[in-house]
Design a protein around this ligand. Structure first.
Ligand code: SF4
Ligand code: SF4
Ligand code: SF4
Length: 425
């Protein structure tokens, strides 16, 4: 595709990256059928090819974007199914990320939208504030109907979410253990701290000791997908400094965060600092050290396998970001579970970070479609490695959702996963 950026615009390395990918797009439309919002809405502007045109016009023109472009960019899930399908290797992430960042700095949203986005960026990235927010939602209970629009949806989500206190990580004292730093993350720690504990036990059995990365916080993916690039850089700098302070590559074999959406972001961190020569090499080293649970958890036959049928929900970040498709199924099959693939596995479940709050109608339609597809496999349990998907999909209307680490831990001698205990009464 031809582009018309000025030489001055192209001195910005983020624009230069976007332009390279715009030129690579031949508008073949092969990606269109894989796009969840196009499948649902049937509008070219809600598919990757249409969005690419809108984003090119916006970035080339510069200045204040039009409301139509903002609407269709906002509806994108950043699931990157289009990137996986593209035969011309267009890296759609470089386009949508730059477009979101441009909108964030050039477009004035209605006040309610700005307030909601500020709340998400401030509260959900900090476990202590998340707990306070959940307590407030539980206390306000019946009064949540007084809140306007999506704030009401957010409060109701909080009301339906259990609150957990901070949990200590089980530390394995292993002679000659491989040491891996553990990022604390945030929302998952406030709702389901048992996941990190299960991951620690599973990896300890494989000779890996997890060491909490003191001083690190959120990975920054959540704010990055809101277009808040400067906030994302601040979270990234905090994580990089914590890693370096702890000894970096001399002390740790890698850095782990236990949600795939977050580890996909950390492995892609270098792009954030393309315009920052001081931080670029530090970000590159950190990104190279980033690990996902499925990079580290070697499949091992369980001593006492349980004959349960597990539907495997592969998060978009796992399939299209980390390119680790097949690893989760292999881990669970080795542990003795009967693993079922979910039909339309390439379609996002609608969670997509904060998408379920910001785009509730599309998100709920995708959730219902995913739950129907899961039900078709007649599972006893659904497993994933991305907590935000699990939290979005789980409910009284579906089977129990567990992190793959909790299942493997259970058959290897650990406690029964909380979601299964609740169902067992
Ligand atoms: S498949 Fe690739 S080249 Fe074809 S329209 Fe989609 S992004 Fe462009
Ligand atoms: S990232 Fe996902 S929702 Fe966005 S255009 Fe690509 S396939 Fe569609
Ligand atoms: S982006 Fe990752 S680390 Fe940040 S709030 Fe979300 S789950 Fe937690």
């Amino acid at each position: 595709m031809r582009t018309a950026f000025t030489p001055t615009q192209l001195t910005d390395p983020h624009i230069a990256e976007a332009e390279k990918n715009l030129r690579a797009c031949v508008h073949c439309g092969i990606c269109t059928a894989t796009c969840p919002t196009y499948v649902l809405l049937g509008d070219e502007r809600d598919g990757p090819r249409g969005r690419i045109v809108l984003m090119q016009n916006m970035l080339q023109k510069g200045g204040v974007p039009d409301a139509e472009t903002v609407l269709h960019v906002d509806r994108c899930l950043s699931c990157l199914a289009c990137r996986s399908a593209c035969p011309s290797s267009v890296d759609y992430a470089r386009l949508i990320d730059e477009a979101r960042s441009h909108i964030q700095t050039h477009y004035r949203r209605p006040w309610g939208d700005r307030l909601l986005r500020w709340l998400i960026a401030t509260v959900m990235t900090r476990p202590a504030l998340t707990r306070i927010g959940l307590f407030a939602a539980h206390l306000a209970g019946p009064l949540t109907w007084l809140l306007p629009g999506r704030l009401k949806g957010m409060a109701r989500t909080g009301l339906a979410t259990p609150i957990a206190g901070p949990a200590a990580l089980p530390r394995a004292i292993l002679p000659n253990a491989r040491r891996v730093a553990l990022m604390p993350g945030c929302v998952q720690g406030a709702i389901a701290p048992g996941i990190d504990a299960a991951v620690a036990r599973v990896l300890a059995r494989r000779g890996i000791e997890l060491v909490p990365l003191e001083g690190a916080g959120c990975c920054g993916s959540l704010v990055y997908h809101l277009g808040r690039s400067e906030d994302a850089k601040n979270w990234a700098r905090r994580a990089i400094e914590a890693y370096e302070r702890g000894g970096g590559a001399d002390a740790f074999e890698g850095v782990l965060i236990t949600a795939t959406g977050c580890s996909a972001h950390l492995k892609d961190l270098t792009h954030l600092f393309l315009d920052d020569p001081l931080w670029l090499p530090r970000a590159r080293a950190f990104a190279a050290a980033s690990r996902d649970f499925l990079d580290l958890a070697t499949p091992v036959a369980a001593p006492e396998p349980r004959p349960l049928r597990v539907a495997w929900h592969a998060a978009c970040s796992l399939q299209n970001g980390l390119k680790l498709a097949g690893k989760g199924e292999a881990l669970l099959a080795a542990a003795g579970f009967e693993v079922a693939s979910v039909p339309e596995g390439h379609l996002c479940c609608g969670s997509a970070g904060t998408y379920s709050i910001l785009q509730p109608e599309i998100s709920q339609a995708l959730r219902a479609r995913k739950l129907d597809n899961i039900a078709a496999t007649e599972p006893d349990i659904v497993a994933s490695t991305n907590f935000p998907c699990m939290n979005h999909l789980a409910g009284a209307d579906g089977p129990p959702f567990v992190h793959a680490a909790e299942l493997v831990d259970w058959v290897e001698g650990g406690p029964i996963p909380v979601a299964l205990m609740a169902r067992a009464g």
